[in-house]
Design a protein. Structure first.
Length: 406
């Protein structure tokens, strides 16, 4: 069964303007209505505007002769279209004026708005190019394609290379240290100063306590190995080698022998917690800081926002082979007292401090941890807490349990 003529016209009009944005059509309509061919006649400008508007809105049922006569020319609803040709005459004049408009020089490349004969549904199309111009455009497109594809490949390769460089493990370490190392060519590694005398002797018992004697406390175990200072010394040595590879001079000095002026003159790296007075003093205003009940007992990293929560704690009075976790606080921030960026690496025990230094100098260790850092951490003040697995006093795997940036 054949479609009604009105449906056929509607379908063709939709296809003609399907790929042209309505905004572009309305913009072109504005140009046409501003031309004297239409601006001097409200009758024809109103008719063209009505036809285009309803075509764009898909209201093709309103683009019939009778309805146009009523809506645009204010004819009565029951007027006889066979005896009143107002709409047909006006539409014919609109078509003529559109043709005259597009014949004007310089309008060859404007979007075309047309009202086909024997119908009132507008059609929109882009201007047609002559074969010579079209062939020339095609040649230009091919030339641009031949140039563009290799250029795009180079750009993609360059971006890929930059991403690899930026996010490579080595780059992550450099980005972490950048604020501190940019401040000075000389780095002061300030290590903890252990008490000048031991407090208690070490009981000789097997690590598993099978001898029947009281098990060795973690505090005594560390003292027996000299680890209260030895771990810091080992960490400082490895850190010094790392900084020399970065082209920085580094010197190591005990905290008790360091004065504020030296921290202001050099880029400071603080190692150790309770036995480093500068870690405790400068860290008094940090969100994460160190607290303890006594020298031989509970010590923990406190969150000042949750002061009652001792979630990152080590008991130095516990049997050393029962202590399964150490915690390390790593801070990199702009310090108001020294006026410099500083780095602090401090474990609740010396074992944690040594592991913290390894994390900050080993690309393969630091890179996975940084994936959990918030965006923009490279240029912000940063503190994060590491949990370090301890097995019979020796360190194992570590993971980030808290992060704070500001």
């Amino acid at each position: 069964m054949a479609k009604p003529q009105s449906e056929i016209k509607s379908s063709k009009a939709e296809q003609a303007g399907a790929s042209i944005p309505a905004a572009a059509v309305r913009e072109q309509l504005g140009r046409i209505l501003a031309d004297p061919l239409f601006s001097n006649s409200s009758r024809y400008s109103k008719l063209l505007e009505y036809i285009v508007d309803n075509t764009l809105k898909g209201k093709h049922q309103d683009l019939r002769e009778r309805i146009i006569g009523v809506e645009v020319f204010h004819r009565p609803a029951d007027y006889d279209t066979s005896t009143d040709p107002t709409v047909r005459v006006a539409a014919s004049e609109v078509r003529k004026r559109l043709a005259l408009y597009y014949k004007e020089p310089g309008r060859e490349h404007e979007l075309r708005i047309e009202v086909p004969t024997r119908g009132y549904i507008a059609e929109f199309r882009m201007p047609e190019q002559n074969p010579a111009v079209q062939a020339s455009s095609e040649k230009k497109r091919r030339k641009l394609w031949l140039i563009g594809v290799p250029a795009a490949a180079v750009i993609v390769a360059l971006i890929a290379w930059l991403l690899v460089v930026k996010f490579s493990p080595e780059a992550v370490v450099s980005r972490f240290w950048a604020p501190v190392l940019e401040g000075s060519k000389r780095v002061l590694i300030c290590i903890s100063s252990p008490p000048r005398s031991t407090t208690e002797g070490v009981q000789n018992s097997a690590p598993n306590g099978s001898s029947g004697k009281a098990p060795v406390r973690l505090f005594d175990f560390l003292r027996s190995r000299g680890d209260v200072a030895l771990n810091d010394v080992t960490a400082a040595s490895e850190l010094s080698s790392f900084l020399h590879r970065k082209g920085r001079d580094a010197f190591v000095q005990a905290a008790r022998n360091t004065v504020l002026a030296e921290l202001r003159e050099n880029s400071p790296v603080l190692l150790g917690s309770f036995n480093n007075n500068w870690t405790i003093q400068l860290g008094a205003d940090w969100r994460f800081q160190f607290q303890r009940e006594s020298e031989i007992g509970l010590r923990w990293i406190a969150d000042v926002r949750e002061p009652a929560n001792k979630k990152w704690v080590v008991d130095l009075s516990a049997p050393f082979n029962r202590v399964e976790l150490d915690y390390v606080l790593i801070s990199r921030l702009q310090d108001s007292t020294t006026g410099r960026w500083l780095i602090s690496v401090a474990g609740l025990t010396g074992v944690g401090t040594q592991i913290g230094c390894k994390v900050l100098t080993d690309p393969q260790t630091l890179a996975p941890l940084v994936k959990n850092f918030p965006e923009g951490w490279e240029s912000k003040n940063l503190q994060f807490v590491l949990a370090v697995k301890i097995i019979d006093g020796s360190p194992g795997a570590s993971n980030v349990v808290a992060i704070h940036t500001w």
